[in-house]
Design a protein around this ligand. Structure first.
Ligand code: WQD
Length: 342
C-alpha cells in the first residue's frame, strides 16, 4: 500500500521538525515547506539522522500567492496538511501587529484555498492556549471561554480557528482539528533536533539553557508577586515529543474519519502546572548545577497561571503526555550542550 503523503507547513520549526520525525516513524511520506524565517535547514539533517529518511523540502513563503500556486503545481495531492507556519513571538507581535496579521492569516487563507482546490480534506491547525487569555478557572478545558486576545499573536490564533470554521461551514468535505498547545519545551531525546531560537530567546526554557551554557549572563524571572505557590507564573510545560505524537493521533483521527464533528479542538498539555522557580529547580536537578537568575518586574501580557484539563485529549483523541518536566529539561540541556559543543 502506498504511503500517505502529508504536507507540513513550517515543518523545519521546533514542533514541526519533531512532528516530521513521528510521522516518518509511523510510515507517512512527509513534504516540508518552510520560509526559513525562524530556522535553518539543519533540522533536515537531524530528521534524517533519526529516521534514516530525508523529507522533501520546499522553500516557500506561504503568504505569497505565486509561491503557493507553484508549490501545489509541484505537489497536487496530499492526504493531509499540518499547518505550523506562523510567526509566534508574543512580545514581538505587540510591536509589529501587521507583520503577524499579514503573515499568519494570509498564509492560512491561501493554504485553505488550495485545500479546497485540490480536494485536501484533512487539516491540523497549530493553535495555542493563548486563545484562553487569563482563564476564569483552572484547569482550562476546551469549553473554557475564549477571551479577547492579550496579543496580536494570540489574536491570529483565535481568528485562524474562526477562518477554518467559516470555511468548513460552506465546504462540508473539509475537516479540521485545532491543537491548542500549552508550553512546548525540550528536545528530541536523540539530541539530533531541538529548539533553534534565532537571536535572544523570549521563551523561558531556551533562556534557562543558554544562561547555563554561558550564552546569556543571567536569567531574569519576570515577577514573584503573583497569586501562585511561590509568586512566579505557572504554566503547563509539555515535552515537544509528546506534542508531536498528538499531531499523529489527530491526523489519523481525520484520515480514518473518526472525528465526531468537522471542526474539533483539543488542549495539548500535561495537566500539571509548574511555576518558573519549579522549572529552574528542575533544571538544576537534571544538570546538577546552580542557575544564575534574578527576580525582576513583571512582563506585560503574562497571565498568572495556565494549565490544561487534558480529559478530552486523553479520552477522545486517545493521547496522553508521557514525559515529565525533568525529562524535558534534561533533553533541552542535552540539546543546548550539543549545539554549543559543550
Ligand atoms: C513562560 C513563563 C514568563 C522568559 C508561550 C509561547 C506562546 C504559547 C504559550 C504556543 C512566563 C517566564 C519567560 C524569561 C521569565 N505557545 N519567563 N523569564 O509566555 O507562556 O507563552 O507559551 O503558542 O506562543 O510564547 O511562555 O516561555 O515566554 O514564559 O521569567 O526570560 O516564564 O514570565 O511566566 P508563555 P514563555
Amino acid at each position: 500500500m502506498s504511503k500517505k503523503k502529508i504536507l507540513l507547513t513550517g515543518g523545519l520549526g521546533f514542533i514541526g521538525s519533531h512532528t516530521a520525525v513521528e510521522l516518518i516513524n509511523k510510515g507517512f511520506e512527509v513534504v516540508i515547506v518552510d520560509n526559513l524565517s525562524n530556522t535553518t535547514t539543519e533540522p533536515l539533517d537531524g530528521i534524517e539522522k533519526i529516521t534514516s529518511c530525508r523529507p522533501v523540502f520546499e522553500l516557500v513563503d506561504l503568504s505569497k500567492y505565486d509561491q503557493v500556486e507553484a508549490l501545489f503545481q509541484r505537489h497536487p495531492f496530499f492526504d493531509g496538511v499540518i499547518h505550523f507556519a506562523a510567526f509566534k513571538a508574543v512580545g514581538e507581535s505587540y510591536n509589529l501587529p501587521l507583520k503577524y496579521y499579514l503573515n499568519n492569516l494570509t498564509s492560512l487563507s491561501l493554504l485553505l484555498e488550495k485545500c479546497l482546490e485540490f480536494n485536501i480534506n484533512n487539516l491540523i491547525f497549530s493553535s495555542s492556549c493563548t486563545v484562553y487569555g487569563e482563564a476564569d478557572a483552572l484547569p482550562i478545558n476546551e469549553e473554557s471561554a475564549i477571551k479577547s486576545a492579550l496579543s496580536p499573536y494570540g489574536n491570529t490564533k483565535q481568528i485562524g480557528e474562526e477562518i477554518i470554521l467559516d470555511t468548513i461551514r460552506v465546504n462540508p468535505n473539509l475537516k479540521a482539528i485545532a491543537l491548542r498547545y500549552f508550553n512546548p519545551i525540550g528536545a528530541h531525546p536523540s539530541g539530533e533536533i531541538g529548539e533553534l531560537p534565532l537571536g535572544t530567546p523570549l521563551n523561558l526554557v531556551p533562556y534557562v539553557t543558554q544562561t547555563a551554557a554561558g550564552i546569556r549572563s543571567q536569567l531574569q524571572v519576570y515577577g514573584n508577586d503573583y497569586d501562585t505557590v511561590d509568586g512566579t507564573n505557572v504554566r503547563d510545560y509539555i515535552h515537544v515529543v509528546d506534542v508531536a505524537k498528538a499531531h499523529v493521533s489527530a491526523l489519523n483521527r481525520l484520515i480514518e474519519s473518526e472525528n465526531k464533528e468537522d471542526f474539533e479542538v483539543f488542549n495539548l498539555g500535561t495537566g500539571k502546572g509548574s511555576s518558573v522557580l519549579e522549572v529552574i529547580k528542575s533544571f538544576e536537578r537534571v544538570s546538577d548545577s546552580k542557575l544564575n537568575y534574578k527576580i525582576v518586574d513583571r512582563r506585560k501580557g503574562d497571565v498568572t497561571a495556565a494549565f490544561a484539563d487534558t480529559t478530552k485529549a486523553n479520552t477522545v483523541l486517545g493521547w496522553k503526555a508521557e514525559f515529565t518536566l525533568d525529562d524535558a529539561m534534561r533533553d533541552a540541556w542535552q540539546w543546548e550542550k550539543k549545539i554549543r559543543n559543550i
